[in-house]
Design a protein around this ligand. Structure first.
Ligand SMILES: [Zn+2]
Length: 692
């Protein structure tokens, strides 16, 4: 979502093809200043609590309210957030752990090992606000001077490549992705990009939720340019230029729903074909300056976008491009510039857009930046402190239970024929799992981290990462590589490698709690594992085969039956509304909703397998089946600002917590039975949707 320093993780994720299917959207990372310490959180492990339910509500009336009512009432959105849920509690706790590690590593001792030197000095430099203020815009000036010195439009290509390598998102994105037709190989890729606002509709739609932000955008750009020293009048003119260019880019950008179909984002071509598609841009100069190894083929995700870029480069004068590049350099670097930049950035991208009231404390921003840029160095220390081999073994056991439940589910499906079932089972059997942290840690020894140089450290780290990624072009994909850092509170399915990934960060209460009964663990981490496995068979995942290649392995009739069932889910979720009556987009959230529905179902099957007909005594007044559904309900308890709910409805492929819970359970006879719901209650859907 929002950048921190230079959108490091973002372009990687987007170029991985269609974005990887995660359990939740990565939390927004607002930049900016101020300094309160909130210690003490470290011990407050948020756990499943059956006593926290809201007994004034009937479970068959509104199960989300029943499971979460008390939590929701007691946990308003903190002023430095726009959204607050159980996952945020967990990531907040991880942040506190990381802070402890970083403060220790930051002690300047000659005895520190290389890992501690890197993460410690990176963190200490980021925390050194006085040094950052004293330097002013000096760290950005060499970049600005290079842009200013451009003599012709022909030189834009190389300048853009340099900005991209430093993590600046402007005009388009270049990177590496698996070749959809041969997913074991890494291919060069070009993708749309260059927008400052979160979605093309912010530039194009007249709906107030978009138009209001758009109206305030030029004022923000103007202020940022004024902070760079531009006179007011010129900054105002330049801000309009930025809006004009980005609006033109938005018009040729592919929308989020159509990006979900891999057929829309796979257009492999030769460099000659690329040159014919966009002849006014010097691609050779661009690739050379980016430091890419030689290659002959490239995936141009959405060719129309690059036709548009080509026309735009022709239509706009060199001075306009200098303005656009200058804007993106300061926009993407704001997090490590002086407070005035951080605050102004916060005003538009957090306060106006998301309804956040306060800038996050500096230590939280610096912990997050260290995690983003030196994730596998910081991750080593995190894993040592929190995650033992037993965590890995117990999770693996649950994964196996879920896999066998999914196999049974596929075998028993009434709507799928044997031919497709056989392929589906082959694909399931080929799903690999990665749990906790990488077997081999990334080597950062060539990256220089200098104490007192926050901006330079971040820029060098971005270049280091970019070079590491581009070096993969034309090489075999390494499926053991991790794309999330160990403390991340999330999980993913990767359709091109056909594997599921569970970082150490999520394998803790309330997701996984060794003090809890099976019912609770299957309802939380079990359903999350089921969710990831089901992604292999959602609207997007089903188009890739066991080896991760874009291959149609479905018979025509089975594909039709799938579509019919999927559209039932799309219609169901499109009927749900958030703040201000804004509807969810059932097509945008289809993959996640399919995964939630399938994941809870197979986790329930796995629990029944584990219980083997035993009926353990109720705990806290709830049967194991009821505790299972309560656990699923309670991991999604959340509060959100009105603004953030609207942004998520537009951009997030995940439904908000209320519908991740109720939207699934209304489709499940098992839920109805567990709580004895009558047929005419709201938690029972007359024509229940079911894909898996
Ligand atoms: Zn997901």
């Amino acid at each position: 979502m929002h950048r921190t320093f230079h959108r490091t993780a973002l372009s990687a994720a987007l170029l991985a093809g269609a974005a990887l299917s995660a359990l939740a959207q990565a939390p927004a990372a607002p930049p900016a200043a101020r300094e309160p310490i909130d210690a003490g959180r470290l011990d407050a492990i948020p756990r499943f609590d059956a006593n926290a339910v809201d007994r004034s509500v009937q479970p068959c009336q509104d199960f989300y309210q029943f499971a979460c009512g008390q939590w929701v009432a007691k946990n308003p959105v903190p002023p430095d957030r726009s959204r607050w849920g159980r996952l945020s509690e967990l990531s907040e706790r991880n942040q506190a752990t990381l802070r402890g590690i970083l403060e220790k590593a930051a002690q300047p001792s000659p005895k520190r090992d290389p890992v501690d030197q890197k993460i410690g000095d990176y963190y200490a430099s980021c925390m050194d606000q006085a040094a950052i203020e004293a330097k002013g815009i000096a760290p950005l000036e060499p970049e600005l001077a290079r842009v200013d010195a451009l003599k012709s439009k022909g030189e834009i290509a190389a300048a853009l490549a340099r900005l991209h390598s430093g993590g600046v998102d402007a005009l388009f994105r270049f990177g590496v992705q698996p070749d959809f037709e041969n997913a074991s190989l890494s291919l060069a890729g070009l993708d749309q990009g260059g927008l400052s606002l979160p979605d093309r509709d912010y530039y194009l739609s007249d709906e107030a939720r978009f138009a209001d932000v758009r109206k305030r955008f030029p004022g923000h750009v103007q202020k940022m340019l004024e902070l760079l020293g531009e006179p007011q009048e010129r900054a105002a003119r330049d801000a309009q230029t930025v809006l004009d260019i980005e609006t033109a880019l938005a018009k040729v950008s592919l929308d989020r729903v159509r990006r979900r179909d891999p057929a829309n984002t796979y257009h492999k071509m030769t460099l000659k074909e690329l040159a014919a598609l966009a002849p006014h841009f010097d691609w050779s100069a661009y690739f050379a300056a980016a430091g890419a190894p030689p290659f002959t083929q490239i995936n141009v995700k959405w060719p129309d976008f690059f036709k548009g870029v080509d026309q735009l480069v022709q239509a706009r004068g060199l001075d306009d491009w200098k303005v656009y590049l200058r804007w993106h350099a300061v926009h993407d670097g704001a997090a490590l510039l002086p407070t005035a930049f951080v605050d102004e950035d916060f005003n538009l991208f957090e306060k106006t857009l998301n309804g956040t009231q306060e800038v996050r404390p500096r230590w939280k921003r610096c912990v997050q930046l260290t995690d983003e840029q030196l994730g596998e160095a910081l991750g080593q220390r995190y894993v040592e402190a929190t995650f033992g081999p037993e965590g890995k073994a117990r999770t693996l056991k649950m994964v196996l239970a879920l896999e066998s439940a999914l196999d049974r589910d596929i075998r028993d499906l009434p709507w799928m024929t044997g031919t497709t079932k056989k392929k589906a089972l082959e694909k399931r059997a080929a799903i690999a799992n990665k749990i906790g942290y990488p077997d081999r840690w990334r080597d950062y020894s060539k990256l220089q981290i200098a104490r007192g140089d926050a901006f330079g450290n971040a820029e060098r780290a971005a270049r280091f990462e970019e070079a590491r990624r581009l070096a993969k072009i034309g090489k075999k994909v390494d499926p053991s590589e991790w794309r999330m850092t160990p403390p991340t509170v999330n999980a993913t399915y990767n359709p091109y490698e056909n594997n599921v990934n569970f970082p150490a960060g999520i394998l803790q209460p309330p997701f996984f709690d060794k003090t809890m009964d099976d019912a609770v663990n299957f309802g939380a981490v079990g359903a999350a594992i089921g969710h990831e496995l089901t992604h292999g068979f959602d609207d997007e995942g089903r188009k890739f085969d066991a080896r991760g290649n874009l291959t149609d392995w479905w018979t025509e009739v089975d594909a039709r039956e799938f579509e019919k069932r999927a559209s039932c889910l799309a219609d169901e979720y499109s009927g749900f509304t958030v703040a201000g009556g804004v509807h969810l987009n059932g097509k945008l959230t289809l993959g996640e909703n399919t995964a939630d529905n399938g994941g809870v179902r197979i986790a329930y099957m796995a629990l029944e397998d584990t219980l083997k007909g035993r009926a353990p005594q109720p705990r806290d007044g709830f049967t194991p089946q009821q505790r299972f559904f309560l656990a699923w309900g309670q991991i999604w308890c959340e509060n959100s600002t009105e603004q953030s709910a609207k942004v998520h409805a537009q951009t997030d492929p995940h439904s908000p917590g209320r519908y991740r819970v109720n939207g699934v359970l209304v489709n499940m006879p098992e839920f109805r039975q567990a709580f004895g719901c009558a047929a005419d209650t709201p938690m029972v859907r007359e024509n229940a949707c079911r894909v898996w």
